[in-house]
Design a protein around this ligand. Structure first.
Ligand SMILES: Cc1cc2nc3c(=O)[nH]c(=O)nc-3n(C[C@H](O)[C@H](O)[C@H](O)COP(=O)(O)OP(=O)(O)OC[C@H]3O[C@@H](n4cnc5c(N)ncnc54)[C@H](O)[C@@H]3O)c2cc1C
Ligand SMILES: NC(=O)c1ccc[n+]([C@@H]2O[C@H](COP(=O)([O-])OP(=O)(O)OC[C@H]3O[C@@H](n4cnc5c(N)ncnc54)[C@H](O)[C@@H]3O)[C@@H](O)[C@H]2O)c1
Length: 488
């Protein structure tokens, strides 16, 4: 067993771990980065990037098929599954290659391969070859998919998102469990690429939405295109030969159906990789999920006796906001603070922003409706405005007129608080709204900004006007401007 003594050890060379390494190195040359799985990051290998590549191929197929709606005849649209997967994997390898290239800046002696576990609060055993003692340790171990035991009946036909990006060809059929973020992104893409699909959920949850009206609008919009039952009654999952056989009650007919699928894809959520670290030896206070308790501005963990720890936790491992930009900024803050320990700095945290790349797209900005309702609803302090995309000018032009936006503000101050968005290209509107929230703008100030015509953002202006009217702060709401055409 080799012995290493370092200032800072980082467990996990994903997005959070890499950001932490760069930040920590500004303070010390004695930083080691430990990786127990594949290098290249979840985002580039099996997450953000390959999923967006699959979605891009699906969009191309969809546009070709939808061209008839514009009077353009495109005959014989064919999806070549092998070519689709070849491009997805080639481009994905390019993204992973870029991560490797940036990792070349990390000297070989600063990288260790092997699974890390705590031996005591300052010591890690890595694989069965090295023992690392560190002044500070950053846990940046990411997350992994989780699923209920009943799916195991599907045997090796039970797959997760990682497996999709290893396919050489597209399958004939997939039963997707979990209409969350991953389930809807991948599900819609597979459907548009010609894969027979059913999506099953539990308890009615759909996508990232907590606002019931937006959730219901999403349920209706996706069901126009493919089968999604967010509150499914699945009676049996069996394996028969190469197929997964699923018996379920169909959502609209109420009939009990038995169908065969090539795969059962589990997209039923992710759990933090903190359960295989022997955390009990690290002396930390854990929450009910076994995740270390931590300060979101310093990323510093708390000891079991409530004193501040020398350990930090960043990225999906802490489960606060399991998104790429959050992993990057948390890694940076944790690395910086591990470097300057025990003198810590509060890191700057941005307002919450999440975007889902379905069509219509889904996005949430700010604390989210459920939290706002709880915090402000009881005293009538929460004002809500909304606008539908169904008759929005530019959305109609593009044949993308589906979706609903709900925007929230504080009564009295008129300060904008957040939004839940379903609609065309809302990725851009979500950014505008996040920037407005960062600037603490009031709804009146947002409405005073320039709005072009004809753009989908005019739909957002409609929602903000509705919100402004409900705030009862004035100025008077502009009636629809007829000479501006639909959308104003
Ligand atoms: C299909 C999919 C699509 C996504 N799309 C988006 C998107 O569009 N936009 C977005 O913002 N986010 C997206 N995400 C989320 C995003 O990928 C994650 O939030 C981000 O990658 C988390 O980074 P991380 O550094 O915390 O974890 P990771 O990149 O997973 O890094 C953790 C590393 O720790 C290693 N490790 C774990 N335990 C140990 C141990 N004990 N010892 C040593 N090493 C260990 C792991 O092997 C891993 O390499 C997506 C995720 C998925 C799955
Ligand atoms: N575009 C993006 O930013 C993006 C894309 C993909 C993933 N991500 C990140 O990854 C995280 C994890 O995504 P996810 O989709 O795995 O989680 P999720 O929490 O978004 O969705 C899980 C879904 O599975 C459902 N579910 C749970 N148990 C079930 C069961 N037994 N049967 C059927 N359905 C069941 C839940 O009700 C929920 O709808 C996201 O929260 C997000 O942070 C982000």
């Amino acid at each position: 067993m080799q012995q290493r003594e370092v200032d800072i050890a980082i467990i996990g060379a994903g997005s959070a771990g890499l950001s932490a390494w760069h930040a920590a190195r500004r303070h010390s040359d004695s930083v080691v980065l430990i990786e127990g799985g594949a290098f290249g990051t979840t985002c580039a290998r099996v997450g953000c990037m390959p999923s967006k590549l699959l979605i891009a191929a699906a969009e191309a197929a969809h546009r070709a098929r939808d061209a008839g709606g514009f009077g353009i005849r495109v005959s014989g649209v064919e999806v070549d599954g092998t070519a689709v997967m070849t491009r997805v994997k080639q481009e994905r390898d390019g993204f992973v290659g870029r991560v490797f290239k940036s990792m070349r800046r990390i000297p070989d002696q600063d990288r260790l391969e092997g699974h890390a576990r705590f031996v005591d609060p300052h010591t890690l055993s890595v694989g069965d070859h090295t023992r690392v003692t560190a002044r500070n340790i950053i846990i940046a171990t990411g997350s992994r998919p989780t699923w209920p035991g009943m799916f195991d009946a599907a045997g090796d036909r039970l797959i997760i998102n990682d497996d999709v990006f290893a396919w050489d060809d597209l399958p004939e059929s997939v039963a997707m469990f979990g209409p969350g973020v991953i389930g809807l992104e991948l599900g819609q893409a597979l459907h548009r690429l010609g894969v027979r699909l059913r999506v099953f959920g539990v308890g009615g949850a759909l996508g990232p939405f907590r606002d019931e009206k937006v959730r219901a609008s999403a349920e209706a919009a996706f069901n126009e295109e493919f089968y999604v039952d967010p509150d499914a009654r699945v009676e049996k999952i069996e394996r028969d030969g190469d197929a997964v056989v699923i018996t379920f009650v169909e959502r609209d007919s109420g009939e009990t159906l038995t169908e065969r699928f090539d795969y059962l894809l589990a997209a039923t959520g992710r759990r933090p990789n903190v359960d295989r670290l022997d955390l009990e030896k690290a002396g930390l206070a854990l929450d009910e999920r076994g995740v270390p308790r931590f300060n979101r501005f310093t990323l510093q963990c708390l000891n079991a006796d409530e004193s501040p720890s020398h350990l930090f936790i960043a990225g999906d491992a802490n489960q606060e906001l399991p998104l790429l930009h959050e992993a990057n900024s948390e890694g940076r803050i944790a690395g910086d603070n591990a470097g300057r320990f025990p003198e810590l700095r509060a890191g700057r945290r941005n307002v919450p922003l999440a975007i889902v790349f379905t069509e219509p797209q889904m996005a949430t900005v700010g604390e989210g409706y459920a939290t706002l309702e709880k915090r402000l609803g009881g005293c009538d302090c929460l004002a809500v405005g909304e606008a539908s995309f169904e008759d929005q000018g530019r959305a109609l032009v593009m044949r993308e007129n589906r979706g609903l936006m709900r925007v929230y503000a504080e009564q009295g101050s008129g300060q904008f608080l957040g939004a839940e968005l379903l609609g065309p290209r809302v990725e851009h509107m979500a950014h505008l709204l996040a920037w407005a929230l960062e600037q603490k703008l009031s709804v009146g100030q947002m409405l005073a900004m320039p709005w072009y015509h004809p753009v989908v953002e005019e739909g957002l202006r409609g929602a903000l006007r509705d919100l402004n009217a409900n705030l009862k702060l004035g100025p008077a709401i502009t009636e629809r401007c007829m000479e501006c055409g639909p959308g104003d």
